[in-house]
Design a protein around this ligand. Sequence first.
Ligand code: MLC
Ligand code: AMP
Length: 507
Amino acid sequence: MLEVFGLLAKPTFMSLLPLFDLSLIARATRPALEFVGGDGRRSAFTFGDLENRSNRLAHLLRARGTKAGDRVAFFLQNRVEVIDLWLAGAKLGLIIVPINVLYRERELTHILRDAEPTAVVTSCDLAPLIPTDVVVWDVDALVAEAAAQPATRNAVPADADTPMALIYTSGTTGASKGAVLTQGNFATNALTLVTAWDITAADRYLATLPLFHVHGLANGLHCWLFSGCHMRLLERFEHAKAAEWFEDYRPTVFFGVPAMFIRLLELSPVVARQIGARLRLAVSGSAPLPAEVHEKFRQLYGSVILERYGMTETLMNIGNPYAGERRPGTVGLPLAHVAVRICDEANAAVPDGTTGEVWVKGPNVCSGYWRRPEATAAAWSEGWFRTGDIGVRAVDGYITLQGRRSDLIISGGFNIYPREIEELILEQPGVREATVVGVADPVRGEVPVAYVVVDAATFDEAATVARLRTQLASFKQPRAFVRVAAIPRTALGKVQKHLLKSTPLAP
Ligand code: MLC
Ligand code: AMP
C-alpha cells in the first residue's frame, strides 16, 4: 500500500511497463487470459505468453519503421491482438489510437486524417471500411509475421509524460477530438482502482466491454494487468449469452455500462442468485445508472452495484466506496488522486447542496487535445478540467450528476453529439432544417431521434437513412425522422431541444 502511495507522490517517474511487469514478468507462468471469439473458439495464455507475443510484435513494428511518438491505430473487435498491440506500444513508446468498430466512413475519415497514423491494424472484414489512402496492416498477417521474431524485450525508456494513446471523443463542434493520454494518466488511474476496489490476483474478471474505449481499456485491461488476476475476454457483450458466460466463468469482478446491467435483470432469479453469490464487485459507469436498476439488481443478485464516474479525457474521477455505502443515484466520492470542484457560471466554487459544473484536477487528466490548442484552452481553466457535467455535492461528500452542459446523448454507453448527425442530415436533398435529440429508451438510456423540416417533393427518407448508415456508427442512426413544420427556436434563434424531447413520438 505504502509503495502505491509512494508511486503516486512521484508521478513523473511513473510509467506503465514496471506496473505491467508485476504480472508479465513476476507472474509469467500464471494463467492470465482466456479469449472467447465470436465463433465460440477459446484460446488461453499465461502472462509470460503475453510478454513474448508483445515482444515479437514490438520487433516487427520496429522493423516496419515505427518509432517512439508514431501513431498506430487499431480498428478491431476485442481479441488478444489488441492486447499484444497495446503492450508493444507501451514498450516502443508508440501512441496507440483505438477506433470504435462501429464507426463508418465519416468518423473514420476524420480520425485518420487527424491522427495521421503510420498504419491501421484491422481485420479483413473491417479493412474495406478504411479510406484507401491509409496504410492498413492486416492483423492476422501481422501476428503470423511476428511469430518469426525474437521473444526478447525491446523497450524504450518512458515516464509519466510519455503519450500512450490518442482516444477520440466527440466534441460540440461535430468533429471528434483526440485526447492525448499519457502513461502516467493510465498508471494513476489503474493503481487507484486496484487499491480502491481491492482487486487481487485471486479475482476473475469477465471482460465484455470494448477495448477501444477507456472503460474496457484503462479500467478493465489495466486492473487485470496490475493485479495479475485472471481475465476472460469476449469479443463483445451479447445479452442472449450473458447467463451462460457468467455461469460458466463464475467471475468475481464485472465492469459494465448500465445497458448491460439492465439486460442482466432479464436472467432468472435462481441463476442470478448463483451468479451474485460469487460476484464481489460489479461496477457500472459511462452513463447514468437509474436508481431503480441499482435496487432491482441488488434484489435479484444480492450484489450492490458500485457506480463510478469518468471520462475519456480524465479516466476515472469519482466513485462510490467499495467498503462503505454505495449510494444509488450518486457517483460517490472523489477518487484518491482527484480534486473535485463544483463551479458556477462565473467559475467560482459553489457551496455543498448547490448545483454547478464539475471540475477536476489530478494526474489522471489528459495532457490536452491532439493538435487543438484552442479546444484545449477552452476545456481547462486555471489548471482544472471542465467536464461539462452538471452535479451537486451533498454535505457528506457524495456527488450526484444531474445532467450535462452540452446536448450530448449517451446510448448504451456510447457518446453521440447531435451536431455530427445534424450536419450530415442537412447535406441530404430536400432537408431544410434538422435537429437531433435524445429520447428515453428503456435499455440504452437514450436513443437519437431526428426532427426535420423537409421539402416533401425532394426529400427521400429511405435514401437518407441508407446514406447515414454508410457514414455513421449504427448507434448514431436516428430511430425516427419526425417531420415538423418548424423547429422550435428562441427569439435568438437557438433550437429549443427540450420542447422536442417532451413531444411523444407516434408509435
Ligand atoms: C454494439 N454493437 C456492436 C458492438 N457493440 N456491433 C458489433 N460489435 C460490437 N462490439 C451494436 C449492435 O450491432 C447493435 O446495433 C447495437 O450495438 C446494440 O446491440 P445489442 O446486441 O442490442 O446490445 P444491447 O443489449 O443494446 O447492448 C449494447 C451494448 C453496447 C451495451 C453491448 O452499447 C456497448 O458495448 N456499450 C459499451 C460502450 C462503452 O464501452 N462505453 C464506454 C465509453 S468510455 P444496432 O444497429 O441494432 O443499433 C466512457 C468513460 C467512462 O464513457 O466513464 O467509462
Ligand atoms: P466519454 O466521452 O465517452 O468518455 O463519456 C464521458 C461522459 O460519460 C461523462 O462526461 C459523463 O457525461 C458520462 N458518464 C460517465 N460515467 C457516468 C455516470 N456514472 N453517470 C452519469 N454519467 C456518466
